[in-house]
Ligand binder design. Structure first.
Ligand SMILES: *Cc1c(COP(=O)(O)O)cnc(C)c1O
Length: 372
């Protein structure tokens, strides 16, 4: 038998979450599948959404070409745009949409010999403080871009810094800056990420850009009603590979940072930070075994974790374990590791990924039989 660590991706859940983004915004929805669809597999996810999706977005041209070469003919937006002139040829050839966020990109485009019409997404820094043209120069840049003959279409775009903090003013200020600086400019708009889609109807526009919520994960640091409507797409699973009984006072793991305060039945599970399970998960981070939560104890190793099985009825080597997914929200695991779910997902490594179109795979008894 091979090592039992595995990620199961539920494509029906992905489709349902996409539809939820559609229902919430009423506009077009660009499925953000950068970073290999937050480790869910960009090709598989894009193919699963191909009937529904209005467009896809990725970070860079390499990610875009991977989709084109696997039969995705939808509009694909490159969120960081291009880095050098040679990429512009590919953007034209493969009919990709590029974000233009800086003067260097604008200059490259002006000097390029364009033969095919392209669509550009002109990005404003309305308060994110990262990439994008400043509001005061935006109109002038728009005119230069619009003067390039083959640029057929310009989408006006910005990105929100704090949409996951419901109730603070920053997002409203960003929206006001963007609205003012684009007043009277023709073209469609694109503003909202997942948090903007859920929490700021005013950020909805013709092109909305959800990432995290497509994967069934709430974009908010605190619990939020949307969690009830999102369906987790990834389930990270493994199995117990060893069980031992240890005496009071025995220490467990690197640094011996956990010491048994009672006679303890210890389970060893084949998952570790080499797979993307967070090394900083604290003692008592929940792990799901046989329909129950049990606490992580001791430090996370590269290939293994240790859990306290003392309160379980008859645990056995080979029992299925869920690290995050349907019964155990990844949002909660992220909090236990002082990080955000995006990072946990992106750090996924080494584990085989299996795809399922069935929304609910029963229990944890047979975690790996429906592999792709
Ligand atoms: C990553 C990204 C998104 C998606 O963000 P989520 O918070 O995952 O919904 C949207 N827009 C841009 C520009 C991005 O870089």
């Amino acid at each position: 038998m091979s090592r039992p660590a595995k990620a199961i991706i539920k494509l029906d859940a992905l489709r349902a979450n996409y539809q939820l983004a559609k229902d919430l915004t009423q506009g077009q929805v660009v499925a953000v599948v950068k970073a290999d669809a937050y480790s869910h597999g960009a090709i598989q996810c894009a193919q699963a959404l191909s009937r529904q999706a209005d467009a896809f977005a990725v970070a860079c041209i390499e990610e875009a070409l991977e989709l084109r070469k696997n039969g995705i003919n939808h509009p694909i937006v490159i969120l960081e745009g291009f880095f050098e002139p040679a990429e512009v040829d590919q953007i034209q050839y493969y009919q990709l949409d590029s974000v233009i966020h800086c003067h260097e990109q604008l200059a490259i485009l002006e000097r390029s010999r364009l033969t095919h019409p392209i669509r550009a997404w002109l990005k404003m820094d309305s308060g994110m403080g990262r990439v994008g043209f400043m509001p005061h120069e935006y109109r002038q840049v728009w005119q230069r871009l619009n003067a390039i003959e083959k640029v057929k279409d310009i989408v006006l775009m910005t990105h929100l810094a704090c949409a996951d903090e419901v109730g603070i003013r920053h997002t409203v200020e960003q929206l006001e800056v963007f609205e003012k600086a684009t007043l009277g400019l023709p073209g469609e708009r694109s503003i909202a990420n997942s948090a903007g889609i859920v929490a700021f109807p005013r950020a909805h526009s013709q092109w909305n850009r959800p990432g995290l919520m497509l994967y069934g994960v709430s974009p908010f640091p605190n619990s939020h009603a949307i969690e009830q409507r999102l369906k987790p797409v990834m389930e990270l699973r493994s199995r117990i590979i060893s069980i031992k009984d240890i005496a009071v006072g025995s220490s467990v793991g690197y640094g011996s940072n956990w010491v048994a305060s009672r006679a303890t039945r210890l389970g060893i599970v084949a998952i570790g930070y080499g797979d993307g399970y967070p090394r900083h998960a604290k003692n008592n981070t929940p792990v799901w075994i046989n329909g129950q939560r049990v606490p992580l104890v001791g430090r996370v190793s590269m290939d293994m974790i240790t859990v306290d099985l003392t309160d379980l009825d008859n645990p056995c080597v080979g029992d299925g374990v869920v690290l995050w997914g349907e019964p155990l929200p990844i949002e909660e695991i992220a909090r236990c590791a002082d990080t955000i779910p995006h990072q946990l997902l992106c750090n996924l490594n080494r584990v085989p990924v299996a795809y399922s179109s069935v929304a609910h795979i029963q229990g944890t008894e047979d975690p790996v039989s429906e592999s792709a």
